[in-house]
Design a binder for this molecule. Sequence first.
Ligand code: AHR
Length: 334
Amino acid sequence: MRKMRTQSAPWRAVAVLASVLLVGGVAACGNSDTGGGGSKDDGKITMGFSQVGAESGWRTANTTSIKESAAAAGIELKFDDAQQKQENQIKAIRNYIQQKVDVIAFSPVVESGWDTVLKEAKDAGIPVILTDRSVDSADKSLYKTFLGSDFVKEGKLAGEWLVEQKKSATGPVNIVELQGNTGAAPANDRKKGFGEAIAANPNLKIIASQPGDFTRAGGKQVMEQFLKANPKIDVLFAHNDDMGLGALEAITAAGKVPGKDITIITVDAVKDGMQALADGKFNFIAECSPLLGPQLMDLAKKVKAGETVPPRIETEETTFTTEQAKEALPTRKY
Ligand code: AHR
């Protein structure tokens, strides 16, 4: 029978040391798996951010705000552009979980369908901050807070302005609506707020309402269809400036004067939209601020430090008429 070779004393010592190091290493990894998400505890914060896309001027300003604020706050930012696709956002969030970032932040392209991936983040001990748009998850413990606008209020402010403008109308006022992308919180909520406000005057009727996906191209294309199908359009309510700007081209090409033949109301108040308002091509804008970066970074620091943050932080916003746009334009940041 062959005898098993026994290790000499020095080799035994090396083997024992190696196994101690191995066990220690595994234990250290195990700790970071469950220890609040971050892979290292060097005081630095790494944020994984999944952005909706680059569909509008608002979005571009929002991305700039997030990147600049992360750099100013000393937060390492991992940034992903989902190109308006929910599956890309889910993939990015899963990558961030694997990379054990300290905080995940994202602006959900649509409201529904996030529970599974949010649960995965929670199970990995990584806090999630919703920014700009929210989700419809019933379990509010899946995210720490939601920082962003009140989209219902924006739609309501737009509708209330119209009610006031048309208070002496004696016949029907035909409204067409350009919605944001289907299923997005700002599309659902702005529609709701606007609809509730105009219900105050039965003369105000939405005769057509279609998604233009928050893009100029979408706004132009859908407005062309609206103009072909409806000989009398009195008002356009566009869920953002970009769709309104696209619609301007269609309206002009149809031989109508925007801002006069058709009253135009939009949301956002980005520079191009404000210029159209100052020029009298738009008539009213409800503001939606994209400058969420500084507050987001502040929240990330608090959440990482284990501090309790309010579950909802609403952005401060206003509205603009033509005169107000002329005044605000020279100092407008985005
Ligand atoms: O979620 C905010 C909205 O998304 C903005 O109003 C719009 O311009 C953007 O695409």
